[in-house]
Structures are given as C-alpha cells and as structure tokens.
Write a protein that binds this ligand. Structure first.
Ligand code: G6P
Length: 473
C-alpha cells in the first residue's frame, strides 16, 4: 500500500478539554471512523482540524500535539473567525444545505466565500509540505472542494483523489451557486472524483457539461490535458468490528437490562446527528400517527431517539433543536402516561458500545433522512444484528437505499406512508424479518469499509502513472 496523505476538514480525533485535563476523542461522523484503518496501515499522515483549542494553555497544547503526533495526525488550527466563516459559514450554511437540496436555508447574501477559499489554500499548503514523491493524496468532502485544484498547481505530478461524502445535487440545484465554476474546477484537480452513488456521479457530470461545457465519456473527462475519472464508490463500515462489539458481554448485559425494562413494549430506535437533513420531526409525526390510529399500541410502543449535538453555533441547527424539543414534548404530553412516554429523547453523544446495545434492542430501526449522502447508521444497525432480527426502515433519499433494498424503503416526506411502514414492520413475521436481515447483513459485510477503500484506491492507482501522464500531455 502506498503512503496515504489524508486531508479532511476534521481529524479523526477531536480535542476535548475538561477543567485541567485535556485529551483527544474520536470525532463524530462516518468519515472519521471509516478511514482510521487505512490511515493506520499506510503509515502516512492525516491532515485536519482537531477542533477548538483556543482555551488551552501552552502546556495543554503541547500535550495535545504529542497525542496527535503519536496518531500521525497533523493539526491545522482554525482561528475563531475561520471557524465562523469557513466551517460554520460557507461549508455549513451554504454547501451543506445546497448539496441536500435545501436552498431555502442558504443565507441570501453569502459573505464567506473568501474565507472558504483561504482556508482551502491553507489546507493545500500544509498537505503539499507533507507530500513525498510516490504518496497518494486523498482529499475528503465538501469543506475542501478547492483543495484538489490547489494541490494540482503545487504538485502537477501527484496522484490525487477526492471523495464527496454528501450528496452531489442535480445540476439544476448546483447551478444556483454563485461560485459553481470555481468549485467544479477545484474538484477537477483530482485524478479521481468519487461519490457514494452513480446518481451523484451523474449529477456531477451533468454540472460539468452544463456549466463548463465538458463532456464525460465513459466516466472520464478531459480537463487541462489530463484525464479525470468520475465514479460511484458506496462507502461501507467496519462491519466485523461492529459485529464484534455487538457481542461483547457488556453490550449483551445492557441489552438484557433494556429488554427487561421494556417488557411488553416494542422498541423503535433512531440515532442521528441533530441535523435538519435527518428527518427527525416527520419521523416523530409518523409515530404519532401510529398511536392515533392504534390505541392498543399506546404505552406499548416506544421510540428511543438519540440526537448527537452537532454544529450548535449555526442558527438553523439551534432552531431545529427547538423544533425537535417541542415535538417530543407535545407527543409525550399527548400520549404519555404516569408510567411511560412514547419518545425517549437523548440529546448527547453515545459511545460505540452504547450504540451497539441500542441497535441490538431495536425491533425497528428508523433511518429516515430527507436527504443523506450514504447514512452509515443503517449499515451499523445491520452489522450489529448477528441474531438476524430487527427491521430497517430506510429513506429512499439516503444513498444507502440504492444498496439496502431489503429494508422497508419509505418516502420521508410522506408521514402517512412512514406510519404504514412502522405498522408493517411491527407486524412482519419473524421468518420474513430474518430473511431480509440476512440479505442486508450479507450486503453490509461484503461491501464494507475495506472494500470501499480498496476499490477507490485501486481505481486511483490504476490510472496512468504521473510520468506517463507527463509524457502524454
Ligand atoms: C458528515 C460530513 C463530514 C463531517 C460529519 C460531522 O458526515 O460528511 O464531513 O465531518 O458530518 O460534522 P462536523 O461538522 O461535526 O465535522
């Protein structure tokens, strides 16, 4: 395996400061989890932001740096203004809603483009300074769309891959963005541009054609004398590791306790970052509809909803939190009893073992985002069910729906249809559940994160070597 130079906005670990103790903890999101193993194996470095370190003393900073360096992580510190303009601003107030088809959430005036471009320059500069000939550079996600182009200028012969972890929208949506051409040209600095599904790759190619007049021929596009390949590479999870955790004695004990305390109840589970793309309100309304339609289920059906705090400084996230809080209160107020409530809502991070316990306890797992690049929670749920039971309800707008066809696929905008799916899942005979879960698990296990990394890197490394490329230009 060649040395990998990974570049992503967030490092796989984030600094956590508590009073006089400082440590690094695993970052949220699939990107951090998915790439940890290839990073360990390749012996390269990972460049990214370790989170807010502004309140650390000099001694604590040194402590953090030595912990990061032991993990071969190179920190790129963001100033307070960069956090607010590059991370919260352009990345999460403009690109995030745009790629999730939520144009109404984009501020009318975008003032953060310069900060985005500047921080992308900083990432490219730092990555180039760590580059050694023969390295493969792998840039990740929408926060760094200009980095491949900026690296290409500095390192014309380098092998560069880019992976987009969120949806790439239809060209009709993408073209609304004032800086659309710059972003497309930024991505074209890579040799290989990867997406979770063929349809995102197709949307990207349509944008290249409509906005830059570039034609894609059999997944290849010629740009500035180079061939750039575009393709779908559905990301997987470390299925074996999840399955192992789900069988640990501590997890099984937790499961036993949970089941005992929920005796006579059916459990629905939702696990998401608290993000407005995740479709949590409509999911709760679907539960409300089920309770309205079926009085017999009142007191016997419970949703455990984990909402992991995320991007809390961005107004839309705070407003979304209020909306979810209010809905939980309303539904619990309506259908709760002195003994129990229909929604058990937990606003905090959970570790892997706690999550595995919940996955195992779920009669029905609800993954109903209004739009989602892939959604690895759906895959984690299947990996954690060696008992081959449990039903997955999955949004048709999650990338995972193009692979996990044995889930109950729903339109997350259709509350009635989601209520129908919950009822169907609760009624589903055990042999049907097992048959479906077996197929889902086989899928998740065969296309795991190692398969994903391998297929992306094999394609990238199978492209003409830099010297051949140089000769042919
Ligand atoms: C998604 C994105 C990642 C991001 C993660 C967590 O999975 O694709 O790039 O790291 O969310 O979001 P955050 O803003 O906390 O990094």
């Amino acid at each position: 395996m060649p040395r990998l130079l990974l570049v992503s906005n967030r490092l796989p670990v984030t600094v956590k400061a508590e009073k006089d103790h400082v440590s690094v903890v695993r970052s949220p999101g699939g990107l951090a989890t998915g790439l940890s193993r290839p990073h360990e194996r390749s012996g390269g470095v990972w460049i990214g932001w370790p989170g807010d370190v502004s309140r650390l003393s000099a001694a604590q900073r040194t402590q953090v740096e030595s912990q990061l360096s032991a993990l071969r992580c190179v920190p790129l510190y963001l100033s307070a203004s960069e956090v607010s303009r590059f991370y919260e601003g352009y990345s999460n107030r403009v690109l995030w809603p745009l790629c999730h088809y939520l144009l109404d959430r984009i501020p009318r005036q975008d003032r953060d483009w310069e900060a985005y471009a500047k921080v992308n320059e900083r990432f490219a500069e730092l990555a180039a300074s760590h580059y050694q000939p023969g390295d493969t550079i792998w840039v990740h996600d929408y926060q760094l769309m200009l980095v491949p182009g900026l690296l290409r200028k500095r390192l014309p012969e380098a092998r560069i891959g880019y992976f987009h972890h969120i949806p790439f929208p239809s060209s009709e949506i993408f073209r609304t963005l004032p800086h659309r051409e710059d972003l497309l040209r930024g991505l074209l600095g890579a040799d290989l541009v990867g997406f979770h599904t063929p349809s995102y790759a197709h949307h990207f190619s349509s944008s290249l054609l409509r906005l830059l007049g570039l034609e894609t021929d059999l997944d290849n596009v010629t740009y500035e004398g180079r061939t750039v390949r575009v393709g779908g590479f559905p990301m997987g999870i470390d299925a074996e590791a999840f399955e192992k955790v789900s069988q640990e004695p501590g997890v099984l004990e937790e499961l036993r306790v949970l089941k005992e305390r929920s005796a006579g109840q059916r459990l629905l589970v939702g696990i998401d970052r608290l993000d407005y793309t995740k479709g949590i309100p409509r999911r709760m309304l679907a539960l409300q509809r089920v309770l309205e339609r079926q009085p017999a289920l009142r007191g016997r059906l419970r949703l455990i909803q984990v909402a992991v705090p995320s991007r809390t400084q961005v107004e839309d996230y705070a407003a979304y939190r209020d909306k979810v809080d209010e809905l939980v209160g309303r539904i619990n107020g309506m259908y709760g009893t002195v003994h129990n409530v229909p929604i058990h809502y937990l606003y905090r991070s959970f570790n892997e073992k706690q999550l595995a316990g919940l996955y195992r306890a779920a009669d029905v797992m609800l993954v109903t985002p209004v739009r989602d690049g892939m959604n690895l929670v759906a895959k984690e749920f299947c990996a954690c069910r060696p008992d081959e039971d449990g039903v997955l309800i999955l949004s048709e707008f999650a990338g995972a729906a193009s692979e996990l066809r044995d889930a109950l696929i729903v339109n997350p905008y259709d509350v009635e249809a989601m209520a129908d799916a919950i009822e169907e899942a609760l009624r589903m005979p055990v042999d049907t559940r097992r048959r479906r879960m077996r197929t889902l698990r086989a899928q998740v296990k065969s296309r795991d994160v190692h398969w994903w990394v391998g297929s992306f890197l094999d394609t990238l490394q199978g492209m003409p070597t830099p010297s051949i490329r140089k000769g042919s230009v």
